[in-house]
Each structure stands twice: as structure tokens, then as C-alpha cells.
Ligand binder design. Sequence first.
Ligand code: ADP
Ligand code: MG
Length: 255
Amino acid sequence: MIPYGRHLHHDAVPGVAALEVSDLTVAYPDGRTALREVTLRVPAGQRLALVGPNGAGKSTLLKAVAGLLNPAAGRVRIYGQPVGHCRHRVAYLAQKGEVDWRFPISVRRLVLTGRYVHLGWLRRPRPADRRIAEDVMQRLGIAHLADRQIGALSGGQQQRVLLARALAQEAELLLLDEPTTAVDVDTRQVLTGVLDELQSLGRTLVVATHDHARRDAQYNQIVYLREGCQVHLSPERPSDPPPAHSLEHNHAHPA
Ligand code: ADP
Ligand code: MG
């Protein structure tokens, strides 16, 4: 993701959904169409689960919303704006297997990269950014690993680091690709606790997940994908009323 400065920041269109995806079709350069005419809408503060077997298109959908893949057809709107107009509002957590864990970077530095979108090119993290990174590492139980290289971590620790990076961004819309898949019990508990907390803070979550037990209870909507097609959309379950300190309309941009 390319960091960008405040000058490219566009305000949210008042009253619109956090995410609107209309007839989205995405193809890879080899010609394979990985997603066909998917439509969904996530009001601010809601949690949506993307479910489906391997190869269904979950990751492709999240990447298109994150601006990492261009649609072949259809449209994505984030707070009413095209992808890329409000990048600091959107945090993307890649599927763990897609990250190059041999990359030589410490846990602390990787978590700090979550702040870059607020800084622009070549601007150094400020003390406030460092504090936020320390706080999220603490919250995720990885503060003691801050100086470790990311390649020297267990799978569960790596998953915590990815979520810490996403949290450090303080985004309103979080795109999380299998954040709790194949982790140890402790890590799962910590991660799901953080997801619940985010929702109670009014954040919007789109989560590719295999977690059957929790997804029925915790999600407002479930989108089922198979071979790139949307096969079913669960009825929308209203969430609790948004808290008074909802982040949607008065996000203070810290740049
Ligand atoms: P899921 O996350 O649900 O497992 P993906 O979005 O990763 O599904 O994949 C959807 C389809 O796109 C699959 O058929 C997969 O093989 C294909 N695909 C994924 N990444 C690429 C790529 N970089 N190039 C070509 N095809 C890809
Ligand atoms: Mg995937």
C-alpha cells in the first residue's frame, strides 16, 4: 500500500454505508475471473462475514476493496468515495500465508507501518505514533516480542502482529482476511476479544472467516461465496445502537 499525505484525503459522504460493493467483477492477469457480480452493503458499525471454501473469492474481494486489485467491472464505494480516496480509513489485514515472513523487519517496525498512511512519504513516525504502536502491541500480548524479527515468531504470534498493525492504523473500516484461522486457543481468545471491542467502538468489520461457531452469533450479515459467485446473503441482523462516540462522522485526522 502506498502511503499518502493529507492532501488526498476526502471526507465521508454523510449518511452513507461504510462499504458498498455493486456488481463487482474481478479478474486476474491470467484471465481467471475470481469474482463475479458481487453486491453487498455494510452500514457503519456492522460486522459482515465472508464465508466460502478455498478459492471462493474471499481474499480477492477484500483486496479489491483495499485497492490492491482493480475491478474488471462494477464498483466499490467506501464512505461514499471511490477506493483510494480515504485510505487512512481502511485497514487491510492480509491472509497470513500471503505475507513474506522472511522480510527482515522487527515486530515494532511492522506494527508502526500501520501509522504510515497518516504520515505521507518519508515522514518519520512521531512520538504519538510510537505510543499507539506500543499500546496495540500491549493489547495483543506481543509487547515482549517488539524487537524480534517477524520470521522468528510462531503462527499465532504472527497473526497477532498482523492485527496489531491493522489496529495501529486506527481505521474505521477493517478488512480482515481470516484473522483467527489456524491459531492457538489463547491467540484466538485475544483476537476475538479485540474484534468484539472494535465493534463496540463503532468500527465496521468485514471478515473472511471459517469460524462457524462465532460467525452466526457475532455477525450482522453473512455473505456466502462459491467459485467467485455470491450464493447467499443472510438477512441483515441489526446491531445495537451506535455508541455516542461513534467514529464515523467525526474522525479526527491526526496528520
Ligand atoms: P479464497 O480467499 O476464498 O480462498 P481467493 O480470492 O484467494 O479465494 O481466490 C479466488 C480464485 O482466484 C481462485 O480460483 C484462485 O485460484 C484465484 N486466484 C487467487 N489469486 C490469484 C492470482 N494471483 N492469480 C491468478 N488467480 C488467482
Ligand atoms: Mg483467501
